[in-house]
Design a protein around this ligand. Sequence first.
Ligand code: FAD
Ligand code: NAD
Length: 473
Amino acid sequence: MTTDYDFDLLCIGSGPAGQRAAIQAAKLGKRAAVVEKRPSMGGGCLDRGTIPSKTLRETVWSLSQSSGGFNQASALHLDGANMRQHASVEALLQRVGTVGRHESKVIEQQLFRNEVQMIRGEASFVDPHTLLVSSSEGRRTVTAENIVIAVGTYPAAPPGVPADGDLILTSDDLVRLRRLPKKLVVVGGGIIGVEYASMFAALQIQVILVDKRDRLLEFLDRESVDELMQQMRRQRVTFRLGEAVERLEVTIGNPRQAVVHLESGKMIVADQILFSVGRIGATGRLNLDAVGLRPDDRGRLTVDRQFRTMVPHIFAVGDVIGYPSLASTSFLQGRLAASYAFGVDPGPMVEHLPIGIYSMPEVSAIGPPEHELTQKKVPYETGIARYGEIARGQILGDDSGFLKLLFHREDQRLLGIHAVGTGATELIHIGQAVLELGGGLPYFLRSVFNYPTLAECYKVAALNAFNKLMGCR
Ligand SMILES: Cc1cc2nc3c(=O)[nH]c(=O)nc-3n(C[C@H](O)[C@H](O)[C@H](O)COP(=O)(O)OP(=O)(O)OC[C@H]3O[C@@H](n4cnc5c(N)ncnc54)[C@H](O)[C@@H]3O)c2cc1C
Ligand SMILES: NC(=O)c1ccc[n+]([C@@H]2O[C@H](COP(=O)([O-])OP(=O)(O)OC[C@H]3O[C@@H](n4cnc5c(N)ncnc54)[C@H](O)[C@@H]3O)[C@@H](O)[C@H]2O)c1
């Protein structure tokens, strides 16, 4: 019986996944709670993930604009000395704290308004319906009919030396960075590595990005990655691809230096290393043995399509279940899990998930890239609009971005949208609506877009595809 438990649904973790699961349960009239071990609500997302990194990116962007006219097309027009002078660590991090605190308050108010109980402390399982919550104020047990594990992840530790937050950094350390390096090695060219590499490069810091794979961001369209890399190279980023890192080292001399040892026997010396080769599920301290759950070797839990673990009333959502590990999808997973917990079928997740990479330039996509369609033998045609030919691109000073649409050759359905450049992460959502609603080329050909906007790219790209399909010049 529900009333035997303290709560109908209890979430461990207040990040995007946990907070939305709790609020959804409350909306269904259930007694919900969130246990959070950090002082404020909002999760790693607010503390050291999405929000601080995007706030930092905006600060770097406006700083670079004001100190020499950096734009995505002509990054090297910066005056380097001027840039570094303006880019004190304090100036860079000032807004990070302000935005984080504000967002955390917003989440606490949302939880409060929805009568979700906020319990401070670290949770671990006692049995399948009971959690032990430990905090500086003591220990207590809490029981719940349904439990949602939404504990997130932490960065994989560097081999050889621990991250000291000074010479050897993980992305967690960047929100409390103490100094800016002159030369930075970024190990791992996933989304985190690429976003931070481009931010540091925009600050006129020499950046070397090392990844063991031969291609960066393989899930993206190759033309988008080529454009991104070309623009990052213009900001003097050096790519060392196909090079696996074996271990890191910190020298003893004065000044101490950070050294990357590559499996190929080479080494790279720098002032700082950002180690970003993936993340580990934070399940180690949950005492999962008490409920018979076993995470994989990266701390992740396996769930079914309703986000249930092997123990049906224990759900897992967000980064702790692995791919796609985004705040955007974690919000949705939390809401879906809570719905399933109470027998409400919210329908399946959408087929296509958007990707938004806040590098400089931004890269965004939804739907398959060209190489995937080719592999699957789907006949398609491309339509491209280049910012250089779009009035808004000129006004913004960005003439290097593009929007590419992929249409099915036979029924002219929209299959995919790939964008690089200013506003790409917002621009993509116009195409997303058309894609999800099953629209295609005729919609774009008929529509009128505000002028001058970047949205006009859709019209221009559609006309480009139409001309190719018709065999026009
Ligand atoms: C640098 C960086 C940039 C990112 N940028 C983006 C982006 O631009 N867009 C995007 O969509 N995603 C981005 N992400 C990913 C995004 O932050 C995560 O997908 C999202 O935060 C996952 O949400 P979550 O609820 O699963 O976990 P989290 O947000 O990590 O929250 C988990 C919470 O659980 C708490 N917790 C853990 N164990 C316990 C316990 N035993 N008891 C109590 N509480 C516990 C933690 O303290 C934490 O507050 C980024 C990530 C990083 C690291
Ligand atoms: N804008 C966004 O949506 C956004 C931004 C940041 C982070 N995130 C999320 O955070 C998650 C973690 O990101 P991440 O970049 O840390 O991990 P990742 O797993 O995406 O990338 C890790 C990279 O490190 C490389 N690597 C691994 N071991 C290596 C070694 N020994 N030497 C050299 N290279 C090595 C891999 O080849 C890979 O390219 C992602 O899954 C992403 O979903 C999203």
